[in-house]
Write a protein that binds this ligand. Structure first.
Ligand code: MCA
Ligand code: AMP
Length: 524
């Protein structure tokens, strides 16, 4: 075997459809051949026979080219660093520099956004426009023989995904092929993926949920991935109800938006959507807490009990409600195959439970996990990596309790980590950016609970003395467009308050609960 099993599809799958995108079907054979072509392009561009762990950043919309590129980077021995089309230049360049990318790949208009950064850094940029399929002129023929591909071992590093922390800018989480494969095989077994499945893929492709759960798992099983080109509630309902789709995975915000679209639809459409969706094999929710009313309403209109699971960039998937047994609203089920879990009371370090039987009922603690899917560490951050583990257990920072055999997440221990639309967001990162604006003396960012988004990013701002504007609306009008150019849109504050000072305790520390209270009464 010259690579991880995922990128070595059995020959008998050659004619099966791997990816459907933009109305075109691409087989496993196409994926295999086209990624070999790109391997050659990458190796020739670098003048080496093996990328040997070099980081390759790639930017393109979800679709076939994304998968081809991911496979090619892996087969060429590189580390894949997916870049997000939702990110403005500042965030893209941060990732390119932090990962120390040796080459960049882009497709279409979206991909061309990184030609400038490539030029500035003197690294190659490969354009792989879908329109040029099969005509990547100027490059040698595809790598046709397994012997020509670099020899990959499972322990080789494979991917860096950027995740927000409590300390400012995002950190790169590094996983190996073995870790990704452990994540995949655990889910393929637990959720019964087969080659007869077809998933409707609506998630972004710079995070674990969209990449491993919704893309790598189906391709590992020989199934088909249908890309929609982004999430649109009505189009999603139509495709889900078409009878073609068997699996769907999304964040709670997507289910909330689908429910709203159903409520807005006419009677005949509702009936068609509900009936059609009822035929799916599996619908999964994760990345943030699924509100119980959403779980219940979804069952009421589709007959589906959503399968809620819990995961994290650093660990892949940790817990899941059962595929066959009872799926319990408001809980994340039990540890997945291969995952060991313990709850630890933070103050004392006392281990409350490892495994369901040993648990002390009603006591909550931090979830700590170990298993073959847990990541290798934060890219070039040995101290933060060491701090993330306790005796080999990964400290998730999430608090949970075991109730009647099911784990329930109580929340995160840090007030500086928010979840909005399923995205993890660092309050500190946004605060640091806002403080760099000349009209801002100080600020505090908090998450305000929101039915649809989970939390809504909200910023209290103290203007510089003498600076204008000095009203909440004025601050919003000044800072929103400025922040939009610098932050991914899902990190943008959606509510602003102008204040004379931030609420602080006797030690001078900002009191985030009091900052939250500034927003909770509605608009100023
Ligand atoms: C957008 N809007 C918002 C937010 N984002 N309002 C409040 N809070 C937000 N976070 C509003 C703005 O008014 C915006 O307009 C308008 O919605 C449309 O924005 P858009 O981005 O187009 O919305 P969307 O396309 O409908 O996006 C919603 C989404 C998206 C599909 C739920 O957020 C999404 O794809 N989330 C998935 C994230 C994910 O995959 N996380 C997994 C991380 P304007 O901007 O013009 O004002 S991995 C993970 O967590 C672990 C491993 C795990 O367990 O899975
Ligand atoms: P990320 O760093 O983007 O991978 O986000 C991981 C975090 O999402 C976890 O640490 C949890 O706080 C949260 N999360 C994921 N799934 C769930 C869930 N089902 N319920 C509650 N929180 C979740």
């Amino acid at each position: 075997m010259t690579g991880p099993r995922l990128v070595q599809p059995p020959r008998e799958w050659s004619a099966r459809v791997a990816v459907l995108a933009d109305g075109r079907a691409h087989t496993y054979g196409d994926l295999d051949a086209r990624s070999r072509l790109r391997v050659r392009q990458l190796l020739a561009g670098a003048g080496v026979a093996d990328l040997d762990g070099a980081r390759v950043g790639f930017l393109m919309e979800p679709g076939f080219e994304y998968v081809v590129t991911q496979w090619a980077i892996w087969r060429a021995g590189g580390i894949a660093v997916p870049l997000s089309p939702h990110h403005p230049g500042r965030e893209l360049e941060y990732v390119i520099d932090d990962a120390d990318c040796a080459a960049l790949i882009g497709a279409g208009e979206t991909g061309r956004r990184i030609t400038g950064p490539a030029r500035k850094r003197g690294i190659p940029f490969h354009s792989v426009d879908d329109a040029n399929e099969g005509t990547e002129r100027g490059f040698p023929p595809p790598v046709s023989d397994a012997a020509q591909l670099p020899r990959l071992t499972a322990a080789r590093p494979a991917m860096i995904l950027y995740t927000s922390g409590t300390t400012g800018r995002p950190k790169g989480a590094l996983t190996t092929h073995a870790q990704i494969e452990a994540h995949i095989t655990s889910l393929v077994g637990a959720w019964r993926w087969t080659r007869d499945d077809r998933i409707l893929h609506v998630l972004p492709l710079h995070h674990t949920h969209g990449i491993v759960n919704a893309l790598c798992c189906p391709l590992y099983a020989g199934a088909t991935v249908e890309f929609t080109g982004g999430f649109d509630p009505k189009a999603t309902w139509d495709r889900l109800a078409s009878g073609d789709i068997t699996v769907f995975m999304a964040v709670p915000t997507v289910y909330a938006k689908l429910l709203r679209a159903w409520d807005d639809a006419g009677g005949a459409t509702r009936t068609r959507w509900s009936r059609g969706v009822g035929a799916l094999r599996l619908m999964v929710s994760g990345s943030a807490a699924l509100p119980v009313p959403v779980f219940e309403r979804w069952e009421e209109i589709t007959g589906h009990r959503l399968l809620e699971r819990y995961g994290m960039t650093e660990i892949g998937m940790g817990l899941s409600n059962p595929y066959d047994g009872e799926r319990r609203a408001g809980t994340v089920g039990q540890p997945l195959p291969g995952v060991r879990l313990r709850l630890v009371r933070p103050a004392t370090g006392k281990v409350l439970a490892e495994g369901v039987d040993a648990f002390a009922p009603g006591e909550s603690g931090e979830i700590q996990l170990r298993g073959p899917m847990v990541f290798s560490g934060y890219w070039r951050r040995p101290e933060e990596t060491a701090a993330a583990f306790a005796d080999g257990w990964f400290r998730t920072g999430d608090e949970a309790v075991l109730e009647d055999g099911y784990y329930r997440i109580l929340g995160r221990r840090s007030v500086d980590i928010l979840k909005s639309g399923g995205y993890k967001i660092s309050a500190v990162e946004i605060e640091e950016l806002l403080r760099s604006h000349p009209a801002v003396r100080d600020c505090a960012v908090v998450g305000i609970p929101d039915e649809d988004w989970g939390e809504r990013v909200s910023a209290a701002v103290v203007p510089e003395p003498g600076a204008s504007p000095r009203t909440s609306d004025g601050i919003a009008a000044l800072l929103d467009p400025w922040a939009r150019e610098r932050l991914a849109r899902y990190k943008l504050p959606r509510a602003w308050r102008c204040v004379d000072d931030l609420p602080r305790n006797a030690m001078g520390k900002v009191q985030k609960p009091a900052v939250r209270a500034l927003f909770e009464g509605g608009p100023p």
